[in-house]
Design a protein around this ligand. Sequence first.
Ligand SMILES: *Cc1c(COP(=O)(O)O)cnc(C)c1O
Length: 434
Amino acid sequence: MKYYSTNHHAPAASLEEAVVKGLASDRGLFMPEHIDRLPDEFFENIDKFTFQEIACRVAEAFFGEDIPKEDIDRIVCDTLAFDCPVVEVEPSIYSLELFHGPTLAFKDVGARFMARLLQYFIKRQNDGKEVNVLVATSGDTGSAVANGFLGVEGIHVYVLYPKGKVSPIQECQFTTLGKNITAIEVDGVFDDCQSLVKSAFMDAELCDHIKLTSANSINVARFLPQAFYYFNAYARMKEKGLADQLVISVPSGNFGNITAGLFAHRMGLPIKRFIAANNANDIFYNYLMTGVYSPKPSRQTIANAMDVGDPSNFARILDLYGCDHGRITSLISGATYTDEQIAETMKECHDTTGYTLDPHGACGYRALKEGLRPGETGVFLETAHPAKFKDTVEPIIGAEVTIPDRLAAFMKGEKQSVPMTTEFADFKSFLMTR
Ligand SMILES: *Cc1c(COP(=O)(O)O)cnc(C)c1O
């Protein structure tokens, strides 16, 4: 399968090029040249398949032209070493829990898949050179990528993060790992980390010396596998006899997660409609209302993984529907919530149902509470475990949030990091000696 750029000024790329490059040379996002409908028979029987079986079928549809079936199936099964269950919160409202992976957030799925796909390509190239993944993080991306690549042979990951600007819970998830993961503590802000990474990719001498790649969230290998759990959610709801008028509500920031759901829909998954639930960053919501897309600087909220003022994957949504505002609004509606509304929702849900939402999932849940029509059943994506945001969640709900064992285990590990200035020359000489 070839991948074209949403900007249409770059040549089509192979899967391998799209994965290694991440972004097209015209700065557009890669899109698969065709998205095939899966056969009716698959959807009729989907409730009889396990999550892994479903994911293998979906992955074969995307990657089957480029990778032998048994290799895809192995990558999928290795990726999905944890479940993404659907849990009832109250009648008609279900939570698709995406926090059962190593770093307790949905980004684990894409990061683990990308690590294994990259390893597959490295082995096939067979030039024996290690690949170095550089990732700048303000918190959550670094942990998902580091843990996704942990112990994957042939790949070394450098996580650059701003000193003193990530929470202790986040920091321990990428500084205590060791093995093929190196944490670099930059004496600056997130933008400094990002500009060190960008400068590294543009430095010819460095790129000659070591193989560099990125693992950002717009990479097709991180983005496409997120479709797996939409199919699984449908299957599990069909098992319950509740899949006829299914509405999926997705807490959205950079819009990668919901776009994967839209790909699933294009492949024939019978979802009635989608809701994009935003925090105060209401750019997509305003686009739905007015047809005009006007990016703004991001605003800080308590659902901070969704603080995005110019969502990258908007370009993919436009491309998928031929820039037709009418087609987009007939399938997707929007919602936007202030921090006060998010907090109120978390408290109310906890008090009335006993279910603890994280601030991101709370947006998805509230959008269903307000937007579900008679006869519809809603599933919202619970994108992270509330314990990841313990300091925010506990005072709001007035109760303690238990930290799952695998998160507690990170917190017991010993922090190891390499101190770094914001000067590119320092970062470069560090990488040159590796
Ligand atoms: C990244 C993230 C989001 C936003 O997902 P997008 O794919 O960027 O829309 C939502 N919730 C959590 C917890 C996240 O980490």
